[in-house]
Design a binder for this molecule. Structure first.
Ligand SMILES: Cc1cc2nc3c(=O)[nH]c(=O)nc-3n(C[C@H](O)[C@H](O)[C@H](O)COP(=O)(O)OP(=O)(O)OC[C@H]3O[C@@H](n4cnc5c(N)ncnc54)[C@H](O)[C@@H]3O)c2cc1C
Length: 370
């Protein structure tokens, strides 16, 4: 990396590409640029690698998924992850949908079963009123589930820990500089000299291409052409972790709840975590995706625990040993914000559509193929 002292005694670094963050998609693009011979620097304001896909530690258990993770169906993206990156992709096991029916009872269907998909489409998506529209909606639901192909849910058998390990191994084979706890606090586009000047800590990094996705949190942007303000959009997706002692073999590992006021999704991620190495440890670690309006409260762990016991996800004699609520926000930029940057700054920005991992990988897989 070139380092030259400027007149103001501030260190100036020059690179070809500066990546905002270390998410999976941004890392794959960084590797692609490095293979093309570009000098790449990745900076992340967080202390850990992986962006939205990282692992956390809870109750001494390591390698726990930080939030609910899954792959959206995308044949191209998933093929790339399996064939090129050699991720151990598999059909999600014991994944179910739970529906609340009359009398508050729950029924369980396999995630991709015809009946489960029918229930979901007919009764839990699309609001209809009146006899005629309801009947039409029911017939359309039957038609849709019987004619559309079953798309099974896919995931990696090694969980996020495996994904992170794979990415770090890949990156280590390239000369890519990575810095953590490093925030990009100012961005200036010099449209005359075709360079981008970014302040990171007490340094200025000058690059020819700023690489970013939807999760970049950008400071106000200045340019030789004036300033540009992007409005961040905040969508809350609280996550919750529950550690329980339980030696019951549950019929489900993953559950999607329909119309529960707290839970959208729950996943038993024990098999991906460090607990998998200790078969005599009877703890399980569960991660929840909660509805956006659910805030932390003293009763929350017990409410969530009781719901899981009621549906038979946890055994009758299970007990909670630890819990944690986390504020999670979805990436704050939309496609339109990224396109605005592209329109204004051209090849000085390299925008990546990162709203979903598998879809995003699908968009760029052809470029990235080895
Ligand atoms: C918790 C969570 C779970 C998700 N789960 C899934 C899923 O299961 N499946 C799916 O398809 N999609 C999921 N998504 C969608 C997600 O948007 C993509 O998977 C992808 O990770 C987005 O990549 P990104 O680079 O845009 O942002 P992120 O992954 O959020 O990474 C951005 C990184 O940039 C860093 N950063 C931001 N601004 C700056 C700055 N100014 N200076 C320095 N560093 C900065 C951040 O610290 C962060 O590490 C999830 C999103 C979130 C938030």
């Amino acid at each position: 990396m070139d380092k030259i002292a400027s007149q103001a005694d501030v260190l100036v670094e020059e690179v070809d590409c500066l990546c905002v963050g270390t998410s999976i998609i941004v890392s794959l693009e960084a590797i692609y640029q490095s293979r093309k011979g570009k000098k790449v620097l990745m900076v992340d304001r967080s202390g850990t690698f992986g962006g939205a896909w990282k692992t956390v530690e809870i109750d001494g258990i390591r390698d726990v998924e930080n939030a609910i993770h899954y792959f959206m169906p995308d044949a191209k993206g998933i093929k790339y992850l399996g064939e090129e990156l050699k991720w151990p992709i598999e059909v999600s096991k014991r994944k179910h949908r739970y529906f609340k029916i009359f009398g508050g009872r729950n029924v369980r269907f396999k995630y991709d079963s015809v009946i489960g998909r029918f229930f979901n489409t007919a009764f839990y998506s699309g609001q209809t009123r009146g006899f005629g529209p309801t009947l039409r909606h029911l017939f359309k639901s039957i038609y849709d589930v019987t004619t559309q192909p079953r798309v099974p849910s896919m995931y990696v058998s090694s969980g996020v820990a495996g994904i992170i390990h794979s990415m770090k191994t890949l990156l280590s084979g390239h000369e890519i500089d990575m810095r953590f706890n490093t925030n990009i606090s100012k961005i200036f586009f010099d449209l005359k000299n075709r360079t981008v000047h970014c302040e990171i800590g007490d340094k200025t990094v000058i690059c020819n291409s700023l690489i970013l996705g939807h999760g970049a949190r950008l400071p106000p942007i200045e340019s030789t052409d004036g300033s540009l303000e992007l409005t961040e959009k905040f969508h809350y997706r609280p996550a919750f972790h529950l550690v329980v002692e339980d030696d019951y073999e549950s019929p489900s590992l993953e559950v999607i709840f329909s119309q529960d006021r707290l839970i959208k999704y729950v996943h038993d991620v024990t098999r991906f975590s460090s607990l998998s190495k200790f078969p005599n440890d009877k703890r399980k670690v569960l991660v929840f995706g909660l509805h956006s309006d659910v805030s932390d409260s003293k009763d929350l762990p017990n409410e969530l625990f009781k719901k899981l016991k009621n549906i038979g996800f946890l055994g009758k004699s299970s007990r909670v040993t630890a819990s944690r609520y986390s504020d999670v926000i979805l990436p704050t930029l939309y496609d339109e914000d990224l396109y605005l940057l592209k329109d204004k700054f051209g090849d000085l920005v390299n925008i990546l559509r990162t709203e979903s991992l598998s879809l995003g990988v699908g968009y760029y897989a052809d470029n990235w193929k080895s």
